[in-house]
Design a binder for this molecule. Structure first.
Ligand code: ADP
Ligand code: ADP
Length: 211
């Protein structure tokens, strides 16, 4: 069983590397932001609840988010493990996670805030499944179209500099302290995110080739 957490600030490459890791290890990729966004799109009660928080760049309350993740990780495809992107984001969420599953690795991808701002300004995501591109650093084969599923690419509504700065601030205040929680449990693998996408990926693969 491999319970893998992707951890790092906005723009560090969690989505980009998560797609690769999930395909390589054949484990489901669970992305909290994508679950919220697809619920908003289809107008579910969960989506309606989450929408305002997400637009403002604030965290959705724990009771909503924790239950959503608990249910998702209980699905049969997670029996051999999972790659989880976007959860936990606070010590309270980490403690909740600890009660319903096992974490074996936390991959901590670090970049500076300045690099986050540069990357997020030109990030594009696919409408259907949230696949991630960058206009310059990781362009799709055909402009505006997802390589994986052919759906249109768009800029996320919350990828404005103001909303991003708020999310980075929450990351540094509420989420980053979680590293200590996991370091004490010796589950943290540190990765330099300010390298080419291909090099970050080689560094991640090396972790699973030796551990
Ligand atoms: P996160 O999920 O951590 O917010 P993403 O994977 O969405 O990060 O990446 C943010 C943006 O930066 C995307 O546009 C992506 O294509 C681009 N990106 C990801 N990794 C790198 C990298 N190592 N170098 C340059 N750009 C990158
Ligand atoms: P980012 O990491 O770039 O902020 P995500 O796509 O991971 O974007 O998440 C989008 C939004 O969904 C967040 O700004 C937040 O409102 C909400 N969200 C995602 N994960 C969580 C979480 N673990 N707890 C609370 N809210 C969350």
């Amino acid at each position: 069983m491999r319970g893998i957490l992707l951890f790092g600030p906005q723009g560090s490459g969690k989505g980009t590397q998560g797609e690769k890791l999930s395909a390589w290890l054949q484990l489901p990729l669970v992305v909290t932001g994508n679950i919220f966004r697809s619920n908003i799109k289809s107008g579910t009660a969960l989506g309606q609840l989450a929408q305002g928080y997400i637009q403002r760049g604030e965290l959705v309350p724990d009771e909503v988010t924790n239950q959503m993740i608990q249910q998702r990780l209980a699905e049969p495809d997670c029996v051999n493990g999972f790659v989880l992107d976007g959860f936990p984001r606070s010590v309270a969420q980490a403690e909740a996670l600890h009660n319903f599953t096992t974490v074996t690795h936390l991959l901590h991808i670090s970049i500076s805030d300045a690099e986050a701002v540069r990357r997020i300004a030109e990030r594009r995501t696919c409408v259907a499944n949230g696949h991630v591109y960058h206009v310059l650093y990781n362009p799709p084969k055909q402009a505006g179209v997802c390589d994986s599923d052919g759906s249109p690419l768009q800029q996320r509504e919350d990828d404005t500099e103001t909303a991003l700065r708020r999310r980075l601030d929450i990351y540094h205040r509420a989420t980053e302290p979680l590293l200590n929680y996991y370091r004490q449990r010796q589950l943290v693998f540190d990765i330099n995110g300010e390298q080419l996408i291909a090099k970050v990926w080689t560094d991640i693969q090396a972790i699973f080739q030796t551990v």
